[in-house]
Design a binder for this molecule. Structure first.
Ligand code: ADP
Length: 396
């Protein structure tokens, strides 16, 4: 018996969380791991060690596989082309993936598709940035077009002198020694939303309910599903935007569309602007593991294999996901007796990663009918995993 093999580039928690659904569906998962003990390698027996830029390592990974997919976007295009040349399907395809790899390519294409985005422009040097900022009302957000994650390639520039690190980014972009840059207007958003869609190569798609994603220091801290008090017209618009992007870019697998909610004109329903895209399971969809009939990880596997997609209905009125970002514990499993004992309804997910300040080490999902109760319980459980004693406060 040879079950279908899904090859995944990346051995982090996103690949790890594909292991459960792959097992349930009888699929064979093979992950390209950064080291022998990384998060996914602890859960997936077939986890060769290698780097995504090593074409031989990736070709060995896809040997006998039905499909190659990813848990991060940082795979060089020539490597993907080499895989495609071997006849192994790559999902998302390189042509779609580039929109999650390069923010300037993404902005240009979304603008062509008529998808609402913040005002933006490419930035070739410091003078370009200063011109954009002045035209945008004295403030701007500057971003590296490639390589950023968790806010690491994002800086706000106010109306004073441009900060030294941004000056250095501009110099590196101008002489080609660093990534290209773009500038965006500083969007006066009321909150951040996210919408996840899964799409198959044959063009079928499903969309989970729109969620609110709460960021702290550029990192997702909490997700509330569905987004509370979301105007139905805004929800419909967010869903339309997600489907337009998925169809327009030909995305296959899970696509996360991160959105800014901004006030509508003259009391109209709030509008959404696209912030960025991820073409893989995403932190804003971790709630689906316990809060939806089909999780984003299972749906991603189904989608890249062009299998029928699962039901995305929520299983409870509310689900709150609280991330565990850093901990004072050396080993989070030490807190299992306390966290599981305090709340039998809390669904704990640990990633097996070494503790570092602010690092994503796990998350907790809690579902129920009362949002305040669900949120408080998710925060309390995450706090215990961060090493705080129960009753210490429990604010995420
Ligand atoms: P990354 O790719 O590192 O996740 P993002 O583009 O998502 O970076 O930006 C990180 C955070 O910075 C966003 O979640 C948002 O809070 C803030 N941000 C990004 N772009 C803008 C913008 N144009 N206006 C206001 N805030 C922004």
């Amino acid at each position: 018996m040879t079950p279908p093999t899904v090859a995944v580039v990346g051995g982090g928690q996103l690949a790890r969380m594909m292991a459960g659904p792959a097992t349930a569906l009888g699929l064979h998962l093979r992950v390209l791991a950064e080291g022998p003990d990384v998060s996914a390698a602890q859960a997936v027996p077939d986890a060769p060690v290698g780097v995504p830029a090593d074409v031989d390592a990736v070709l060995a990974l896809v040997e006998g596989a039905q499909v190659l997919t990813f848990e991060h976007e940082h795979v060089p295009a020539p490597v993907l082309d080499a895989v495609a040349a071997r006849g192994v399907p790559v999902h998302p395809t390189p042509a779609a993936l580039v929109h999650a790899q390069d923010k300037a390519v993404m902005r240009r294409r979304l603008t062509e598709l008529g998808v609402p985005c913040p005002r933006w422009a490419p930035v070739a040097d410091l003078a370009d940035l200063e011109r954009f900022r002045d035209a945008a009302g004295g403030r701007a957000v500057v971003k590296t077009t490639r390589g950023g994650y968790d806010g690491k390639g994002v800086r706000v520039v106010g109306d004073g002198p441009v900060p030294a690190d941004v000056v250095a980014w501009c110099a590196a972009a101008a002489d080609g020694s660093g990534p290209a840059l773009l500038a965006e207007e500083l969007v006066p958003f009321t909150r951040e939303l996210a919408v996840l869609v899964a799409r198959t190569p044959s063009g079928r798609s499903t969309v989970w309910p729109v969620v609110e994603s709460v960021q702290r220091d550029g990192v997702c801290a909490e997700v509330v599903a569905p987004a509370p008090d979301l105007d139905p017209a805004t929800a419909a618009e967010a869903e339309r935007v997600a489907r337009t992007v998925a169809d327009g870019l030909g995305v296959t697998g899970v696509l996360a569309v991160e959105l800014f909610e901004v006030p509508g004109p003259d009391g109209a329903a709030p509008r959404v602007l696209v912030n960025e895209l991820a073409m893989r399971p995403h932190n804003s969809g971790h709630w689906t593991i316990d809060g939806a009939v089909t999780s984003q990880f299972e749906q991603h596997l189904r989608a890249v294999l062009d299998l029928p997609l699962g039901d995305v209905a929520p299983v409870a009125r509310w689900t709150v996901m609280a991330n565990v970002l850093g901990s004072t514990l050396d080993d989070l499993t030490d807190a299992l007796p306390a966290v599981l004992g305090a709340d039998p309804g809390a669904r704990v997910h640990l990633y097996g990663k070494a503790v570092r300040p602010g690092r994503k080490l796990g998350h907790v999902n809690v579902s129920g009918d009362d949002l305040e109760d669900v949120r408080a319980r998710a925060r309390a459980a995450a706090a215990v995993l961060r090493g705080e004693r129960p009753g210490d406060g429990g604010t995420a």
